[in-house]
Design a protein around this ligand. Structure first.
Ligand code: GTP
Length: 255
């Protein structure tokens, strides 16, 4: 009788990353199958997307190859947030409030991260987002546990010839996040924040393995955050268009 009232919340993925990375282009591609013209976003945008038939969804994992019964490809809600530094509160508030949040898609422009300023911008943003997830996980251990939220770093614009390959984007981000982490903790020490309670907060403000000199995304596993870096491009030369299979695969596995 009451079944209708409890409309099932669609699983949600949150799309974020620096301005100009290609988030809005991905949203239109995932929602409509084609990437249309975009402009700088001021407000979050939401679209309902469906995994293409070519991508196996996680619930299909145990399906026999001979199973010919119709399968419905899962749907999800994708929320695109503006990348501009002053508008990032949209991303952080969605992150803490979105119901049925299943994962984060953090998009970077693989050509932009080859410049020092582009790399720093992406790494600072990603550091802060990962720290939010880490805290969420820490707090979840004492309260009602919010489930672990995996992160896909989309190394976009692989069609651009100055782009770094995904594996290099990964190591560059890790190295730069290590620097951000160092700077942030030094800032806290200098300002005296977190000094009460025998440095208890110092650890709470440190991303990944506490005190480690190097940062690796793998350190996030201990904090319940799985990070993958996968390359692709929303747009491409000529007929072939974009290359987004690797991203769809991740979405299929994590919904
Ligand atoms: P904000 O709205 O400011 O946060 O930016 P955004 O991340 O939404 O970027 P947007 O989707 O507006 O894309 C920025 C520019 O990059 C646009 O001109 C896109 O056409 C272009 N672009 C997106 N993806 C690709 C890609 O894979 N390859 C190339 N060459 N260009 C791309």
């Amino acid at each position: 009788l009451y079944r209708k009232a409890v409309a099932k919340e669609l699983p949600t993925l949150l799309l974020l990353g620096p301005s100009g990375a290609g988030k809005s282009a991905l949203l239109t591609l995932f929602a409509n199958g084609t990437a249309s013209a975009t402009h700088t976003s001021q407000e979050p945008q939401t679209a309902t997307c469906q995994i293409p038939v070519s991508t196996r969804a996680s619930e299909d994992r145990y399906r026999s190859e001979n199973d010919t019964s119709a399968r419905t490809q899962p749907k999800f809600r994708l929320i695109d947030t503006p990348g501009h530094g002053k508008l990032r509160h949209h991303a952080t508030s969605t992150l803490t409030s979105a119901p049925a949040l299943k994962g984060l898609l953090f998009m970077v422009d693989s050509a932009a991260v080859s410049s020092a300023s582009g790399l720093t911008e992406a790494a600072e943003y990603l550091h802060d987002i990962l720290l939010l997830l880490q805290r969420r996980h820490t707090q979840g251990q004492t309260s009602k546990t919010p489930q672990a939220i995996p992160v896909l770093v989309l190394a976009n614009k692989q069609d651009v010839f100055t782009s770094l390959p995904a594996s290099i984007v990964k190591t560059k981000l890790e190295e730069e996040i290590a620097k951000v982490r160092q700077t942030r903790s030094k800032g806290l020490l200098d300002s005296g924040i977190g000094m009460e309670g025998e440095g208890a907060d110092e650890e709470g403000n440190w991303l990944g393995e506490f005190g480690a000199e190097q940062f690796r995304f793998a350190q996030m596993q201990e904090h319940g955050v799985e990070v993958d870096v996968v390359g692709g491009n929303v747009k491409g030369e000529g007929e072939e268009g974009g290359r987004v299979d690797g991203w769809w695969e991740w979405v299929g596995e994590n919904l």
